[in-house]
Design a protein. Structure first.
Lengths: 425, 257
């Protein structure tokens, strides 16, 4: 969250700090942001710091970590977990948990594989069936939690076991189904043409800049408290620089033998993640439904009294979570080009929860963003990728990932405690 | 009369919690409702707010008899209640809380700027100077500021009658003063205010009239300017004071058995 000017001095007399020079305004803005961080609103800071530190560490010990090929690889490895984490944010925001999201993605992926390979249906039908399965799963889970009042922990733990069984039943006790369809395989394996990457970059940057500047202009027009223009421009510039660098690097040749097969371009999965990020961020922050999600997570009683249909909002959160798990399952199946009883199993769920929490979603409800899921997903992917490159055993990798999750949950709990000291609950 | 209760009765099973209560509140006045624990203050508020149905008597709003069977009826008649436990979302900011459940939109998209502007205007019209940043989370506000937000939320919707249930119970001296000033301004703007409190200092500081409930009956409704604190204490504890108060059926001045 960016802090408006004067965020820090709620009780200061009016008149103080009015009409500051441009430099003064920017300094105030930075000061306001810093005081938010100090009062427990750490936001994305730990995840960003973690990404930088991890990249420095792995880059120093394994130079191949910083290669272009590995960068593209990271997106593919982290995509499924990031999708599931984006969905989990919705459930975490309302103060619930979905432990079945991992195996829900397995169930949906299995359905897709059966429809696609065994029944020979076209790919849109298969993907539609997978997502519809996710929606139904979410409806059932949400209804059990909301209408019957069973704690979500128990409902989704039961579903965790049951879905594992359903995957086995669909896959006839452990066969694996290969996916031959090129479109589905391209979800996680395909790359854009170089020019397509640049066009998308221009569209994304132009869209972001238009939104930011328009918002700034409107607030100035209505003479509401607004950020200094320099801060808005700096934000647009840094996003532009980051995205340009990413597209540039991903457009470099990353094949080991370019003569045999050429590997360039932005991976398709990056575009999918970006699109989902934009859509869900819009839903969470710019719609009435999103506002009500936060209200339900903050104080459900207040939401009821304000006339919010709390039951419907909570069920919808579970539906979004399971539907995003389905998307995660599709991505995972696409990457492996097959579905087996382990799809969505093993540590997928814990990595997803970890990703959301590391990014800054709170296990106590009321807090969390889609951006958090992506940043946290990046941290998780980097840890696994980097430790894999270092040749560490999977035992060590599990241990370290667990420790990082614990650390993130600790930061979450501590920022709550610190918030209390500053009068926040 | 903006609100007029006549012969209001409410029973919970065999227990008569309110019996034959008369009370009227005009626009632009602050009426304090006092009484000991169990006198029926909360029940009276809940009857007017539509949370409890009534067993006898009538409720008139703007001289028309109305049936208020749920909180939405009350809101439609311009009656808003600020409950003791505030009902604010800590993780939302001031504007988001003020408009919760009644957000303004342009098409599908929330119109945050319009809401912020309207919130600023409302707070300005109430002469609230204690909340400077409308975009800070409610969690970071003090008790008095939170109470101010809760009251502003109630007056944002063209309300005619605002009922405040112990708004100063948890506040310090300076903050209590701010809230009392705010209550006075509501009345000055033409709203009717029903103000429930245990603190007689606060009651005398802000009320035009004082209604004292005693064991479910209206002991007396007196002008604050003519009353003393000890009179009100007598009304609260014994249901009568001097010539005012409840009168027995045999003519002596005294409370119900």
């Amino acid at each position: 969250m960016s802090a408006p000017v004067q965020a820090e001095d709620a009780e200061a007399p009016p008149g103080a700090g009015t009409e500051p020079g441009a430099v003064r305004a920017v300094l105030d803005h930075v000061k306001g942001y810093w005081s938010e961080v100090r009062s427990g609103e750490v936001g994305a800071l730990p995840a960003v710091a973690g990404i930088i530190a991890l990249c420095a560490f792995f880059g120093a010990s394994q130079p191949v970590f910083l290669s272009v090929g590995n960068l593209a690889n990271l997106f593919g490895q982290g995509a499924a977990v990031a999708c599931i984490a984006m969905g989990l944010v919705f459930v975490l925001v309302i103060g619930e948990i979905d432990l079945s999201a991992g195996f829900a993605s397995g169930v949906c992926a299995s359905i897709m594989a059966v429809v696609l390979t065994n029944w020979g249906m076209p790919w849109p039908v298969a993907i539609g069936a997978a997502i519809a399965t996710g929606v139904v799963i979410g409806l059932v889970l949400g209804t059990l939690v909301v209408k019957l009042g069973i704690p979500s922990f128990v409902v989704t733990l039961a579903a965790f076991l049951a879905f594992q069984g359903i995957v086995l039943m669909i896959l006839k006790e452990g066969t694996n189904i290969t996916i031959h369809n090129d479109t589905v395989k391209a979800v996680a394996g395909g790359n854009l043409e170089r020019w397509q990457g640049w066009v998308l970059l221009v569209l994304a940057v132009a869209g972001y800049a238009a939104l930011q500047l328009n918002r700034w202009r409107r607030r100035v027009g209505r003479s509401l408290v607004h950020e200094p223009l320099a801060v808005v421009l700096a934000r647009i510039a840094s996003l532009t620089a980051l995205l340009t660098a990413t597209v540039f690097l991903l457009n470099l040749e990353r094949s080991a033998n370019p003569q045999i097969i050429s590997l360039t371009g932005v991976p398709v999965v990056v575009v999918i993640l970006g699109g989902l990020f934009a859509v869900w961020t819009f839903v969470l922050h710019r719609t009435r439904f999103g506002r009500h999600l936060y209200a339900v997570g903050g104080n459900a009683e207040a939401a009821v009294r304000a006339g919010v249909n709390v039951d419907r909002v909570r069920i919808a959160a579970f539906v979004i979570c399971s539907a995003m798990a389905a998307v995660g399952g599709i991505v995972a199946a696409s990457r492996a080009a097959s579905v087996d009883p382990n799809t969505g199993g093993s540590n997928v769920l814990l990595l997803s929860v970890g990703a959301a929490v590391i990014g800054g979603a709170s296990l106590f409800g009321g807090k969390g963003t889609v951006r958090a899921a992506l940043l946290g997903g990046a941290v998780v992917a980097i840890i696994n990728n980097g430790m894999g490159l270092m040749g560490l055993s999977s035992g060590v990798r599990f241990g370290v990932t667990g420790a990082v999750l614990l650390l993130a949950a600790g930061v979450d709990a501590m920022s709550r405690g610190r918030g209390k000291l500053f009068g926040r609950h | 009369m903006l609100l007029e209760l006549t012969g209001l009765s409410k029973r919970f099973g065999p227990v008569e919690v309110l019996s034959d209560v008369d009370l009227s509140i005009d626009a632009g006045e602050v009426c304090a409702l006092v009484g000991d624990n169990g006198a029926g203050k909360s029940t009276l508020v809940k009857c007017v707010a539509g949370i409890h149905g009534i067993d006898g008597g009538t409720i008139s709003v703007n001289d028309e008899v109305r049936t208020i069977s749920d909180p939405r009826d009350a809101a439609a008649l311009g009656i808003e209640v600020v409950y003791q436990d505030l009902a604010l979302c800590d993780n939302l900011d001031v504007v988001e809380n003020l408009f919760l459940g009644r957000e303004k939109r342009r098409g599908l998209v929330l119109d945050d700027d319009a809401m912020e502007q309207l919130a600023a205007e409302t707070l300005k019209s109430l002469a609230v100077r204690t909340i400077r940043n409308l975009r800070q989370p409610v969690a970071s506000l003090s008790g008095g500021q939170r109470q101010t937000v809760a009251i502003a939320k109630a007056v944002l919707w063209n309300s005619q009658l605002v009922i405040l249930d112990e708004p100063t119970a948890a506040l310090g001296v300076a903050q209590t003063r701010q809230v009392l000033e705010l209550i006075r301004r509501l009345a000055d703007q033409g709203l009717a205010v029903l103000y429930i409190s245990h603190n007689l200092n606060d009651v005398f500081a802000v009320a035009d009239r004082i209604a004292a409930l005693y064991l479910g009956r209206m002991a007396a409704v007196i002008d604050a300017a003519d009353a003393t604190q000890s009179q009100v204490v007598e009304l609260i504890t014994s249901g009568r004071s001097g010539t005012s108060g409840l009168i027995d059926t045999n003519g002596t001045n005294g409370a119900r058995q």
